[in-house]
Design a protein around this ligand. Structure first.
Ligand code: PAZ
Length: 353
């Protein structure tokens, strides 16, 4: 019997998604382990110390299997991009009621993923759970409620309104093609800890396809975190203390150097640098390039990130812009960013052949 439309949709979207893993839920079964040491001997570097002192997400083996199968199915056939997207949380409690978050909606990552797929890539989409997703992002914004696109026919069937058919059809086609050809794998995270462990794992899995892999690190990752040993097990109480909440956060170790040198040697690595003060953006982008030794930093300002970015490489600084009017008419800056990254990646691959 042919599967019902509903079932086939559920099957299609779930087969290449790890969304069933709930990264947003607190880990109820574990209390804080106070025996976890806070400090290691001085000779252990910060990154190693981080992975030693903070717990790996329990679902990582499932992620490893899915990622490994995905990479194997594309290796040698097409380049693979790891796109990171959305903001990370820093939980203040183990049974998490409160957390620190940031503004990122995942627009850059979700949009770029569509352009990478259009440019012949397979994409591992490491994203903040419930942030924007490729293709469905067109209809998940609050000003674009998907219900507005639907009508009820006289016989009770629900259908896409005639006036929106032309708008939805190309997005639907691209989405179905991406799903049918298994071109994207969705891997979720919520906390900065989940992000770091998962990024590490995926980087190691990509090692065999090093030069044809591209890291496009657009996620807004917290610079600070609360080590597991200091996370309160239960909801922090407002009564009984001083009435004030003071939180001491540690700096998140700078993993990019480790990524470039050890986790993913040979891969082309693109990081993003976000600032709010235009006068320091170029300096900070150049500093990141020198400090971490990778290939490209894409600088953007919070205020103008949808209209302009700068590409900073060892040889050049190149701005890419669209006008505000273009943006309002549906043009996307990622339509400039991604093909230019792809060109650089082609040169990178050629130079390593
Ligand atoms: O997710 P979004 O589209 O709202 O924002 C994208 C962005 C500004 C987070 C991204 O372009 C970026 O700069 N990411 C890196 C941020 C940083 O760690 O500096």
């Amino acid at each position: 019997m042919a599967p019902s439309r509903r079932n086939s949709f559920v099957h299609l979207s779930r087969s290449n998604s790890l969304e069933f893993i709930s990264t947003a839920a607190p880990k109820l079964e574990t209390a804080v382990d106070r025996s976890v040491p806070d400090h290691e001997p001085a000779e252990i570097d910060e990154e190693t110390k981080y992975f030693h002192n903070n717990p790996a997400p329990s679902y990582l083996p499932e992620v490893k299997k899915k990622v490994s199968d995905f990479i194997q199915s594309h290796a040698g056939k097409r380049p693979i991009a790891l796109v990171t997207s959305g903001g990370t949380t820093v939980p203040l409690e183990n049974n998490t009621v409160r957390f620190i978050d940031n503004f990122s909606a995942g627009t850059r990552g979700a949009t770029s993923t569509e352009y990478f797929i259009a440019n012949g890539y397979a994409v591992i989409f490491l994203h903040r759970q419930f942030s924007l997703l490729p293709y469905s992002r067109h209809y998940s914004h609050t000003t674009n409620c998907f219900l507005d696109y639907l009508d009820e026919a006289p016989d009770g069937t629900v259908q896409i309104s005639r006036q929106y058919q032309d708008q939805i059809q190309p997005v639907l086609r691209d989405y179905k093609r991406a799903v049918d050809q298994n071109l994207m794998l969705f891997v979720p995270f919520t906390t900065v800890n989940q992000y770091l462990f998962t990024l590490h794992l995926i980087s190691l899995e990509l090692k065999p396809v090093a030069h044809s892999s591209l890291f496009y690190l657009a996620a807004a990752v917290s610079d600070f975190f609360l080590p597991t040993s200091r996370v309160s097990e239960h909801k922090i109480q407002s009564k009984g203390g001083s009435g004030q909440l003071t939180v001491d956060l540690d700096p998140v170790p700078k993993f990019l150097k480790r990524l470039v040198e050890q986790w993913a040697p040979g891969a082309m690595i693109v990081s993003f640098k976000l600032e709010t003060d235009e006068s320091i953006l170029l300096f900070k982008a150049r500093q990141a390039l020198t400090r971490y030794g990778h290939q490209l930093v894409i600088g953007n300002l919070l205020q103008t990130r949808k209209f302009e970015v700068i590409f900073v490489t060892n040889d050049a600084v190149t701005p890419y812009r669209i006008s505000k009017e273009d943006e309002e008419n549906g043009k996307e800056i990622e339509a400039l960013i991604v093909p230019n990254v792809v060109e650089l990646h082609k040169k990178w691959i050629a130079s390593h052949e």
